[in-house]
Design a protein around this ligand. Structure first.
Ligand code: SF4
Length: 455
């Protein structure tokens, strides 16, 4: 143990925002029990690695990190999606590759991880429970936070193995979710990012059960949740941003809330494709919905809405005509922010058994063609912003913004979208502060970003 008697845990968090919230829960618990954290493997008494097992690159990165932690520290606990993955012959993959790890758990396993920590690094005697803020430990900057509303997924998309790792949908009780949101706003969070595997399905597993918040009944249902989050954010002037929303008909109910400014007019809708036959082969949720009409109807109710989506090019059996249909959709639906992956088989996914696998070069070529169109669409939409006056949340502002800074508008989610490059403010007396809002006039569009002058 280190010489300061407080046991120190090194922590590495890999993977998606959902894994990040698992990391936050574990770190909050460690801190509540009086453990300290170490920035280096060598300075820690034990290391926890929260892994990702989604695509092959992520698996490699996770296994390499575990190897490094073992080499530099020796005492390693592994958690996260890779921890739930089977290796050759059916045994646990992590244990096969790194037999000396102390313990391995799957995702969403705070208690199991804590049990393993207690076993290998006993709890300190005097936990500083009151040093932990009400909203726990956050790994994101202080002004934005992810709010996980459910775990797991009831769908079985043919390219995805998440349900086999995380199980079926389990919605968090609405009272707990709203309590966490309020604590986050009270703790200074200015942007709340709602995440799950399938936000539109919130409450399906509990039949939209009525829960309680502040003694009042609230249904476990997406509309009620979003409305309540918007009301909670209002006194703080904070943003609420929705991710992973599938285009089911009931999502239409959210548009008036966006139009009236209660939550951001931004929807992250992972569509993956547009052609009905490809969607069917992908076994996508809402594959029978008329997505183009739906998006157009959303824009009619809320013309400012920004739609982000991700797509897969070169899925098994995708014909040139199906791919062209996707490109046409992208143009017609005017997807503001589109990401695209060249299809890559994931071990254990049912899509691997589909006929018509396309050569790697063709998948890559289609991805590149997709991105060229996506950039054209996005650039045209960004160009329309020049001259607009936008509210911008400041992410970085050295010297109080004297030489400018970087922020984001409602159209930009952190990490995945563009940014607003802030020029030095017009008035010399104006200051920019990280985590605060400023108004800014857009003067140019550059690639995925805007350039604006704080006013
Ligand atoms: S909706 Fe499909 S892609 Fe998303 S987690 Fe569920 S099975 Fe995977």
């Amino acid at each position: 143990m280190n010489d300061l008697a407080t046991p120190k845990v090194g922590f590495v968090s890999l993977g998606c925002p959902k894994a990040l919230t698992d990391s936050e829960l574990i770190l909050t618990q460690l801190s509540a029990e009086g453990y300290a954290t170490s920035k280096t493997f060598a300075g820690a008494d034990l290391v926890i690695v929260n892994t990702c097992g989604f695509i092959d690159d992520a698996v490699r990165e996770s296994l390499d990190t575990i190897g490094e932690a073992l080499a530099e520290n020796g005492k390693v606990i592994v958690t996260g999606c890779l921890g739930a993955k089977a290796g050759e012959g059916g045994g646990n993959l992590v244990k096969q590759m790194h037999p000396s790890v102390l313990a391995v758990t799957g995702p969403h396993a705070t208690q199991e991880v804590m049990d393993a920590v207690h076993l290998h690094l006993p709890k300190p005697h005097d936990p500083f429970v009151d040093l932990v803020p009400a909203f726990g430990i956050k790994l994101t900057p202080k002004h934005y936070a992810y709010l996980k509303i459910s775990e797991g997924c009831n769908h079985r998309c043919s390219f995805c193995i998440i349900p086999s790792m995380r199980g079926d949908l389990v919605s968090r009780p609405i009272g707990d979710v709203l309590k966490e949101a309020r604590a986050l706003f009270e703790g200074g969070v200015k942007e709340l990012l709602v995440i799950s595997q399938d936000t539109s399905a919130y409450g399906v597993d509990v039949k939209y059960r009525t829960g309680f918040f502040d003694g009042k009944p609230v249904k476990t249902r997406m509309f009620d949740l979003v409305q309540q989050l918007g009301e909670l954010a209002k006194p703080f002037g904070a943003w609420v941003r929705l991710h992973y929303v599938y285009p089911y008909p009931h999502v239409d109910e959210l548009l008036p809330l966006m139009a009236e400014g209660l939550v951001l007019p931004y929807l992250d809708v992972p569509l993956q494709h547009a052609h009905p036959d490809v969607l069917k082969r992908m076994k996508r949720p809402a594959s029978g919905e008329r997505n183009l009409e739906r998006l157009q109807a959303w824009r009619a109710v809320c013309p400012d809405i920004v739609v982000r989506s991700t797509f897969i090019a070169g899925f098994p059996g995708e014909t040139e005509a199906e791919f062209q249909y996707l490109l046409d959709f992208l143009r017609e639906a005017e997807i503001d922010r589109a990401g695209c992956f060249a299809y890559s088989p994931v071990e254990g996914a049912s899509a691997n058994a589909l006929d018509g696998a396309l050569p790697q070069e063709l998948r890559e070529e289609r991805r590149a063609r997709f991105m060229a169109v996506a950039e054209e669409v996005s650039a045209a939409k960004l160009a329309r912003r020049v001259g607009q006056n936008l509210q911008v949340l400041v992410d970085s502002a050295p010297m109080l913004g004297k030489k400018g800074g970087v922020g984001r508008s409602y159209a930009d989610a952190p990490e995945i979208d563009g940014t607003v490059k802030l020029l030095p403010p017009e008035k010399a007396s104006k200051q920019l502060k990280v985590g605060e809002f400023t108004r800014a006039r857009v003067v140019a569009a550059e690639g995925h970003d805007l350039v604006a002058v704080p006013v």
